[in-house]
Design a protein around this ligand. Sequence first.
Ligand SMILES: Nc1ncnc2c1ncn2[C@@H]1O[C@H](COP(=O)(O)OP(=O)(O)OP(=O)(O)O)[C@@H](O)[C@H]1O
Ligand SMILES: [Mg+2]
Length: 383
Amino acid sequence: MKGSDVVIEGVSKSFGDFKALNNVSLKIKKGEFFSLLGPSGCGKTTLLRIIAGFEYPDYGAVTFDEADVLHVPPDRRQANTVFQNYALFPHLSVFENVAFSMRIKKASRKEVESKVNEYLHLVQLEGHAHKKPNQLSGGQKQRVAIARALINEPRVLLLDEPLSALDAKLRQHMLIELDQIHDKIGITFIYVTHDQQDALSVSDRLAVMNQGDVLQTGSPHEIYESPATEFVARFIGETNLFDGRVLKAEKLVLPPASAGEDGLTEYMAELDIPELGRIKVTTVDEIKPGQTAVFTVRPEKIVITKEKPATKREDINLFQGIVDEPIYSGFQTKFYVRVMEKNLIRVIKQHANYSDEGPDIRWKDSVFLSWSANDGYIVGVKE
Ligand SMILES: Nc1ncnc2c1ncn2[C@@H]1O[C@H](COP(=O)(O)OP(=O)(O)OP(=O)(O)O)[C@@H](O)[C@H]1O
Ligand SMILES: [Mg+2]
C-alpha cells in the first residue's frame, strides 16, 4: 500500500469562544476510503484543514505512519487537497493545470509530458488537455482538480465536498469514478461530505460528526444498522424514534460463534412506549428496569400487511394501525400509519415481485405492523 495511516488524537480547535472541534480522535488506516460525515458547521472542513496543515490545532496530535506532522508545512506533508470550488487556474490549459506542481519542481519536459498524460488518462480527460477550465463541464473541472492533486503522488488525498456542485446523476457517476480511482492508486482517501448516501455508498469506514464531536466511527453497515446515538439514527437515513420506560431487561449470554471465543451478552428488554404500547427489543448495552430508553426502528424493517401475520414467534412486535398516507415512488411505497389513533409510524415497503406483493394497501386501510426484537435499537438511555 502506498497510503499512510492517519491518526488524530485529542484534537481540539476553537475560533475565539467557539469550539469547532472538541477532543477528536480518529484512526484512519492505510489505503482506506474514509469519510467525515456531518451537518453544516460540525467541523469537517476544520478537521480536514488540520490534517492538510492549513490550520493548527489548539491541542492534540496528528501523525502520518506514526510520524508527527503538525510541524511539517502543508506542501511537505504528502497530503493533497481537492477543494469544493475546484480552485483551477483559469488562464492555464487543463494540461498546464495538472502539470503545475511538476513545473515548479523543474521536472524535465519528457517527464512532465508522460506523467500528465498518465493522470489525464486516469481521470478520463485525454482529448481535453488543450482546453481552458471555462470550456469544461463541472464534472470535468472536478477531474482536473483530482488529477492535479494526484500527480504529486501523495500518501493521503483529502477531498472537501468535491461533488457538491454537481447535479445528482453526475454526482453518482463521479462517486463511482472516485471509487475506481481509489482502487487503482490505493492511497488513503479522506472524504468530507454532508450527504449520508454518498458516505454510505463509497466509504470503507466513516465518522459521523456533530458540533465538533465524533459521535460514531464504523463501517457503513455498522453506522446504519446500529447507530450509537439518537443523532446518528436521525442523521443517517430515516427512522422512527420513541422514548420508552424499561419494564424488564433479561440478560442473555449467546453461545460463541466459534470455539474459544466468548459468548455475546445481550439484553432482551421490554419497553413501555406511551405512543405505541409494549415492545420488545434486544440490546448489547446494559439496561435496567425504571430507566427511560430511546428506541428506534427503521421504516424498512417494519412489515406491513392487511392480514394478521401467522407467526407465533415471541420476539415479534405486532401493532395495528390505519394507513394515513401512502406515498408511491415506483420501487417502493412509504406509508405513514396511525397507531393508537394519533401516532404516525413510517413504514417502507419495497416492491419486489408478484409472489410477495399481496393485495394493495391503500389510504384508510386497517393494517398490521410487525418487526422482530432484533430489528429495533436502543440508541440512548435517559435516567
Ligand atoms: N477561520 C474561522 N474563524 C471563525 N470561525 C470559523 C473559522 N473556520 C470555521 N469556523 C467555524 O467553525 C465551525 C466549523 O466550521 P467548518 O468549516 O469546519 O464546518 P463544516 O462541517 O465544514 O461545514 P460545511 O458542511 O458547511 O462546510 C463553523 O461554525 C464555522 O463558522
Ligand atoms: Mg466544510
